[in-house]
Each structure stands twice: as structure tokens, then as C-alpha cells.
Ligand binder design. Structure first.
Ligand SMILES: *Cc1c(COP(=O)(O)O)cnc(C)c1O
Length: 400
């Protein structure tokens, strides 16, 4: 029995089967590469769903982790620590926002934004207590808590997990008219992803987010953007909404790459007047804003800026996209996305995206299907042109 089979069997014996991982066991990572326990090397085009924009074990981030680990790791928010303030200042400057509330996972940050929007609805907009509505999009992905899956339109995410929280209304993504029609005097907020990544990398039409921003402002509805997957340079800008002219949200929700590929760090950012609505005791998290997370998060943001990873995503993402298109594969019906977040649509008669992910795996490329017919390619943003060209050579074989 191979080392790989042995570890997978031992893991499956004790691990709840809520994932179906590719049949490899990763042991080490460095930059864009990971190695499995058999010593095989792979180019990581999953990047933990865009959590590894800075690559595996970025030296600056690991140095920050080590230095902080030698000083102080956790205090809880019962006292101040000397790292959180500088981290949040760096993050606010990067996000062009006044205040931030640190959490850990993405789903927690989304929950935080929902709480903020509701409190704002009651205290500022004057919505009657317990009747606030938040509009969300079909095919959304905002995480896995019970409140969040309650407004998922994906049966598998949602069925069997009810009863669900009330107060959410679904509309189609990409259709600003539907937003305008769905708004009522009870509407506190509109929550959406600027690109629906999990749903298969769906980019809305040009002008959609600008129109959404205008409609929200006109109806006194908060715009909540979930940039957990699209943020920190992934799409070629700091945040995906910046591809539009004036789509700045009221609350910006970030996570994933904010943790620098080390561990979960998330946050909600917005204007002081909004964030101030949460008073002591209203909300919290034992680990949120801990000094280790603050040190890692600060280094993670600094690497994005210092290495101009957004510009790399634009240049090298275009190279990857052009390369994929010029393969002219009979199995590919569409290549879409923005920057270094690409979706490759696999023709139904050619098999599933999972089949192609496994073919790529054999050639040393780690990528995964998102929904049955879409392969998502999202390598670390530190990838270089030679590595992109190597990836294209492997794709040429796997997609022929
Ligand atoms: C991953 C993701 C989340 C959830 O983040 P977790 O850290 O897994 O809780 C929420 N929204 C989007 C857009 C995501 O990609």
C-alpha cells in the first residue's frame, strides 16, 4: 500500500466526510509549488480558494509569524494588545475605509456585516424592530453558517439545515432592475459578491456594480460587498469593485488572503459612523484581532502592496487567459474571469470538470472543479511568466 493510500484511509476513518478531496496527500509547500508525500511536485492553482495570493510560506509573512510567536500570541479582547491597532491601520489604508472589525473566518465576517446592517436598519433608517430585510443573489456563496446557508439557493448547501433565519430575499445576480424592484421600506442592505466565484466564476456585465451602488444610495440601502475571494489583488485591482467607476461599498467584507496563507484572518470595514453602531458587548470573537493574527495580517497586506500583486494578476492573468483560449480545446466552451481568477467551462459532452482536474493533477497541476462543468484556475499571484507557460503546456495535454 502506498504512503498516499495509507494516509487517506487512516484520515477517512476518523474525518467526517464533508469533503471529497483529490486523491493526493500534500506534505510541503513553497511559493507556487506543493509536494505530496510521494515526493511529486504540483503547481498550486487552487491556492486554498485565493487564500494564498502571496504563495506558500512567503518569507516575510513567516518571519512576522515567528517574531510574534516569540512574544505574544493571544490575549482576547479583554485587554489591548500592541499589534491590533497597527494592523487595522494598515488594513484600513489599503481598503480606503475608516474603521475595521477583525474576525477570523470569512463566514464570521459576513455574519458581522449582517448584524451591522440590521442594527443600522433599526437605529438609523428606522425600520421596525425585527423586520429588516437583506437582499442577496441567487447562486451566492457567503459561507456555511446556519444563517448564511439559509439564504443559499444551492440545495445541497441548504436542504436539511433548516429552520432558516428570516429576513433575506433572493434576486438574480447581474440584474440591477431586479434590485430596484425588490427594495422595500424594510430593506436594510444588499449583500453580494462582485464576481460569483464559487458559482463558476461569473463576472457581471460592465456597469452593474455602479448601477447597484446608485440604486442603494437612492433608496437608503447599505451596499455590502463580499470580497473574501476576490480581494487583495486577485482580480487585478485591490478589490474587484474597483474595476467599476464608483461602486465603493458601505461595508467591505474581507478574509482568505488577509491571513497570508497562514491561518484565518477576516474583517469588516466601513465608515466610522457605521462601525460605531456596535457598542461594547454587542458583538465579539475570542480570537478576533489576536496579536498573532494581527502580525500575520499586516505582513500579508504589506506583501500584496510591496510586490504589486494586483498588477501581476492583471499581466500574468491575461497571459494565462490568452494561452488557454489559444489552445482551442474542443472540450472548452468558455474561458472567463478577471485578473488571476479564471473559470474554464467544460463542454457537457466532454465529461465533468472533475475529470479534467484529475487529468491536470497527473501532469502536476493542482486545480479543482467548482460546480460540475467549471474548472477554476487561481494560482498564487507571485507566479511568474515561465510558470504560467509551463502550466499552459500541461493544460494543452490535459485539455486535448
Ligand atoms: C470562502 C468564502 C467565504 C467563507 O469564508 P470561510 O473562511 O470559509 O468562512 C465567504 N464568501 C466568499 C465569497 C468566499 O469565497
Amino acid at each position: 500500500m502506498s504512503e498516499t493510500s495509507r494516509i487517506i484511509a487512516a484520515t477517512q476513518a476518523v474525518s467526517a466526510p464533508n469533503y471529497a478531496p483529490l486523491p493526493i496527500v500534500i506534505h510541503r509547500g513553497d511559493g507556487v509549488w506543493v509536494w505530496d508525500v510521494e515526493g511529486r511536485k504540483y503547481l498550486d492553482c487552487i491556492s486554498a480558494y485565493s487564500s494564498l495570493n502571496q504563495g506558500h510560506r512567503h518569507p516575510k509573512i513567516i518571519a512576522a509569524l515567528r517574531a510574534q510567536a516569540n512574544l505574544l500570541t493571544l490575549t482576547s479582547r479583554a485587554v489591548h494588545n500592541d499589534r491590533m491597532g497597527t494592523f487595522l491601520a494598515t488594513l484600513c489604508a489599503y481598503c480606503d475605509m475608516q474603521m475595521a472589525l477583525p474576525m477570523n473566518t470569512g463566514a464570521e465576517a459576513v455574519e458581522t456585516a449582517i448584524k451591522l446592517a440590521r442594527k443600522w436598519g433599526y437605529r438609523r433608517k428606522g425600520i421596525a424592530r425585527d423586520s429588516a430585510e437583506i437582499i442577496v443573489c441567487r447562486n451566492n456563496f457567503h459561507g456555511r453558517t446556519t444563517t448564511i446557508v439559509g439564504f443559499s439557493s444551492q440545495a445541497q448547501y441548504r436542504d436539511d439545515f433548516g429552520p432558516y433565519s428570516a429576513g433575506f430575499k433572493l434576486i438574480d445576480f447581474g440584474d440591477a432592475k431586479q434590485l430596484e424592484q425588490a427594495i422595500s421600506p424594510h430593506t436594510a442592505a444588499f449583500l453580494l459578491e462582485p464576481i460569483q466565484a464559487e458559482a463558476g466564476v461569473h463576472v457581471p456585465g460592465d456597469g452593474y456594480l455602479d448601477a447597484v451602488r446608485e440604486i442603494c444610495s437612492r433608496h437608503e440601502v447599505l451596499l455590502l460587498l463580499d470580497e473574501i475571494q476576490t480581494g487583495f489583488g486577485r482580480t487585478g485591482k485591490a478589490f474587484a469593485y474597483q474595476h467599476e467607476r464608483q461602486a465603493k461599498p458601505d461595508l467591505l467584507i474581507v478574509g482568505k488572503a488577509l491571513g497570508g496563507g497562514v491561518f484565518p484572518v477576516s474583517a469588516v470595514l466601513g465608515a466610522r459612523a457605521l462601525l460605531e453602531l456596535l457598542q461594547p458587548g454587542d458583538h465579539g470573537s475570542t480570537f478576533g484581532g489576536n496579536p498573532l493574527a494581527a502580525a500575520v495580517g499586516q505582513a500579508a497586506v504589506e506583501v500584496i502592496v510591496e510586490e504589486d500583486l494586483a498588477a501581476r494578476a492583471t499581466q500574468l492573468g491575461a497571459r494565462l487567459r490568452r494561452g488557454l483560449e489559444s489552445l482551442d480545446s474542443p472540450h472548452v466552451t468558455d474561458v472567463r474571469g478577471r485578473g488571476m481568477l479564471l473559470g474554464v467551462q467544460i463542454a457537457a459532452q466532454s465529461g465533468t470538470a472533475r475529470d479534467f482536474a484529475e487529468r491536470l493533477l497527473e501532469r502536476g497541476v493542482l486545480c479543482k472543479d467548482t460546480h460540475a462543468q467549471v474548472l477554476r484556475l487561481a494560482p498564487p499571484l507571485i507566479i511568474d511568466a515561465t510558470q504560467i507557460d509551463w502550466l499552459l503546456e500541461q493544460a494543452a495535454f490535459a485539455l486535448q
